[in-house]
Design a protein around this ligand. Structure first.
Ligand SMILES: [Zn+2]
Length: 89
């Protein structure tokens, strides 16, 4: 092994090491704190269009509310009491 090959191996090792550490730190980042004022009572039933599983949501967080997912697909809202605020998009 000559010096040039050793230098290339060393640079590649450093790049691989730093990239791995970057992705591990990204995965290990803790989730954001939840503001209790964003959480409110709700009542909604969602159904998975793939497997038929149903979920009843009784508490919701407006700040972090995305579409519910099951079987890697978005669940469909099938029932919500009338007059309830904050319907999903
Ligand atoms: Zn499902």
């Amino acid at each position: 092994m000559n010096l040039f090959t050793f230098a290339i191996a060393l640079v590649m090792a450093i790049v691989i090491w730093r990239t791995t550490i970057y992705f591990l730190r990204m995965l290990a980042a803790p989730p954001e704190e939840i503001d209790p004022e964003d959480v409110h009572e709700t009542m909604a039933h969602y159904r998975c269009q793939v497997c038929g599983a149903e979920v009843t949501m009784t508490m919701a967080n407006d700040a972090q509310m995305g579409a519910l997912r099951h079987c890697r697909e978005e669940m469909v809202l099938v029932w919500r009491p009338e007059g309830l605020e904050n319907p999903p998009d």
